[in-house]
Design a protein around this ligand. Structure first.
Ligand SMILES: [Zn+2]
Length: 91
């Protein structure tokens, strides 16, 4: 019985998410926090220097699903977080 109740609450929790807005290939919450498009985890690690010499663009690293998340503009080009935030806030 307790298990079933928990499952139901978990179900509700998953259904009623804070509203996320998509932009630049990822999601954003109400406070303009970047959110992982794969697992809805708030992205906190912004990696500016990559060990890979072919990757010069900074990216977010999601610890939850262990993915590198790149921000992309409307043309599919990777862009910097600051540029994305500025564009995002300006509409
Ligand atoms: Zn993730």
């Amino acid at each position: 019985m307790v298990f079933r109740q928990d499952s139901f609450l978990f179900y509700l929790h998953n259904r009623i998410k804070p509203k996320l807005i998509s932009g630049f290939g990822i999601f954003w919450d109400r406070n303009n926090n970047p959110v992982c498009p794969k697992c809805d985890n708030i992205l906190t690690d912004y990696i500016k220097i990559s060990n890979d010499p072919f990757i010069r663009t900074p990216y977010f690293y999601c610890h939850k699903c262990e993915s590198n998340i790149y921000l992309k503009d409307e043309n599919g080009n990777t862009i910097d977080y600051k540029d994305a935030i500025n564009k995002f806030k300006s509409g």
